[in-house]
Design a protein around this ligand. Structure first.
Ligand SMILES: Cc1ncc(C[n+]2csc(CCOP(=O)(O)OP(=O)(O)O)c2C)c(N)n1
Length: 589
């Protein structure tokens, strides 16, 4: 409860049986369990900020709205609750768009509350209005990536719309919802008690008995069946049920990038990630399976080797059964024998219960084949885990990170070697500890998302593993971590460029024009560690491979954030699968 005395305006309003919308709205957000809002101020939202400041809700003030959106995304992933963003109109909302779109493409629940121009000035060019095609039109910018965009045109609608926003963001296939609020509506009077209705508890859809029986029987009788797990398995917290089903019918498990962590890394039935940056054993078993049960996945391009049947999935002749929260994903890319719209946890739980004790075909030497396949692939790079080379090998960076971070600590990546290398090579044993931007693959996600992760799980380690390109998109995160007292660790893999794209261009065009950080033809390196120290957080520049482990341990024990910068060789991640872009590039004279 707020200890702050009511303002004159609040006291006056309450005598009339009404109360200003912003205060009632904030109390409602508290009541439905909002703990933290990430955002950036502007003249359109200070009425709400005044109310938030007097409530129990924490406000993390970022210096770029993209940071706020990614942090809210990280918070949602690590807490299981909706992330909440507060944004000013116009440039604030467009700045946040990348982060909101990133959350949308990874099915992350999020509510974005934005200020807008006063409703009585719609269309007259009030300051910062977006109105080239329609009056007060900024909310339309969010249409392609929000489950619903609301502009609140009457104060009376605010309670209803807010309740709908939290309901929609978190149900079915989760995602962001925009609530666009003309600033006069924050300051309007509403009858006391206007915000009564709370989002309903939703019973999640499961499988009917016939479908359970049909799937279990098909898996038991198939010669080479396989379970394929996507991010939906993790977001519905279904990893125990997945392992129970796999063990009951002796099924190998392959997964997507977002599905990493669906099973302990050392589980003998785990094949690893499929696709371009996957593992050969995973691709081989996917391609040669006679039946695949896919759960909580889009069967998207990177993990499906651009759907080329020579590499990852060959469907048909492989038969596909697919369980997903979203009917639109079923049958999108492959002929599908049976689809079911269901919650992954309930569906896998029902399948595991029906499979327990059930006779199934002999799987032969499956476990030995998996172990041999994984060991053979790892032999390409595991000797690098102890490499003393400097600038460091990326694999050594991963091994130092794995040794330093407790199993339940979070590894939050960006895009680049960090994402591809962790997805392929980094052992994850605790579900949900690997957090990565998959659908939009947004460079700049990791450094900001880790703030929200730490906010959600303050007692667990949270390290963001990022490239120097990704980190430098928004270094203002350092100041935000300091202000919000979030002792996160940024581990910056510094190859003085946008290394992944530089490597791609070099492979196809023989140079890396436009991809490296250079000045007067020489590598240009920024001292991010010094930048961190200038903001008051720890900043360490690694000068020898053996220094990284101790630096990480010290950073994890510290009560303030730390940035560790590691000069690194720009080595490519192995690519056992296929990506069709490599067939598209053509070099001219
Ligand atoms: C916002 C955005 N812009 C561009 C890209 C394309 N992109 C993918 S990986 C990458 C390079 C990332 O560089 P860095 O963070 O230094 O990591 P590295 O590749 O060197 O490991 C780029 C530019 C992207 N994914 N997101």
């Amino acid at each position: 409860m707020s200890t702050v005395a009511p303002t004159t305006i609040e006291r006056t309003a309450s005598k009339t049986g009404t109360r200003i919308a912003a205060y009632q709205m904030t109390e409602y957000l508290e009541r439905i369990g909002v703990e933290v809002i990430f955002g950036l101020c502007g003249h359109t939202v200070i009425a709400l900020l005044d109310a938030i400041g007097k409530s129990r809700i924490r406000f993390v003030s970022t210096r770029h709205e993209q940071v706020a959106a990614h942090a809210a995304d990280g918070y949602a992933r690590a807490s299981g609750k909706a992330g909440v963003v507060l944004s000013h109109l116009g440039p604030g909302l467009t700045n946040a768009a990348t982060g909101v779109a990133n959350a949308a493409l990874d099915s992350i629940p999020m509510v974005v509350i934005a200020g807008d121009v006063p409703s009585h000035y719609f269309g007259r060019h009030p300051h910062q209005e977006v109105n080239l095609h329609q009056d007060a039109d900024q909310f339309q910018i969010y249409r392609p990536f929000c489950k619903r965009v609301y502009r609140v045109d009457r104060a009376d609608d605010l309670p209803r719309i807010l309740e709908r926003a939290f309901h929609l963001a978190q149900t079915g296939r989760p995602g962001p919802v925009l609530v666009d609020v003309p600033m006069d509506i924050f300051s309007a009077d509403l009858p006391i008690g206007s915000f009564q209705k709370t989002p309903p508890t939703i019973a999640r859809p499961t499988l009917d008995e016939d479908t359970v029986e049909r799937i279990v029987e098909a898996l038991a009788e198939a010669e080479r069946p396989l379970l394929y797990a996507g991010g939906g398995v993790l977001s519905s917290r279904a990893t125990t049920e997945l392992a129970a089903l796999a063990e009951a019918l002796e099924l190998p498990v392959a997964h997507t990038l977002m599905g990493k962590g669906c099973m302990r890394e050392d589980h003998p039935l785990l094949l690893g990630q499929s696709g371009f940056w996957g593992t050969p054993i995973s691709n081989d078993k996917c391609r040669t399976a006679d039946l695949i049960l896919a759960v909580g996945t889009r069967l998207a391009e990177a993990n499906s080797s651009s759907w080329d049947p020579r590499f990852t999935f060959s469907i048909p002749p492989t038969r596909l059964m697919h369980i997903d929260a979203d009917a639109a994903e079923i049958g999108r890319n492959y002929q599908t024998e049976l689809g079911a719209v269901a919650d992954a946890k309930l569906a896998l739980g029902a399948l595991a219960a029906a499979a327990r004790g059930r006779a199934h075909r002999n799987r032969g030497r499956l476990r030995d084949e998996i172990a041999a396949g994984r060991t053979a692939f790892a032999s390409n790079w595991d000797h690098q885990w102890s490499s003393d080379q400097f600038p460091m090998r990326p694999e050594r960076i991963l091994s130092e990170l794995r040794n330093a971070v407790p199993e339940d600590g979070f590894i939050v990546t960006d895009v680049g070697w960090n994402k591809n290398g962790v997805g392929q090579q980094f052992p994850i044993t605790v579900p949900g500890t690997f957090i990565t931007p998959s659908g939009l693959a947004t460079m700049g996600f990791g450094p900001s998302a880790v703030l929200g992760v730490k906010m959600a799980q303050p007692n667990r380690a949270a390290v963001s593993l990022i490239g120097d390109g990704g980190f430098s998109t928004n270094p203002s995160v350092i100041a935000t971590a300091m202000e919000a007292e979030l002792p996160v660790v940024w581990l910056v893999m510094d190859n003085a460029g946008f290394g992944t794209i530089a490597g791609l261009e070099a492979m196809h065009y023989g140079w890396s024009f436009g991809c490296m950080f250079e000045r007067c033809g020489k590598p240009y390196r920024v001292d991010y560690a010094a930048m961190a120290r200038a903001c008051g957080v720890g900043g360490v520049m690694i000068e020898a491979a053996c220094d990284l482990g101790p630096a990480l341990r010290e950073a994890l024990a510290s009560s303030t954030a730390t940035l560790i910068q590691v000069p690194m060789e720009n080595a490519p991640t192995p690519t056992p699968g296929h990506w069709n872009i490599n067939d598209i590039y053509r070099k001219g004279d």
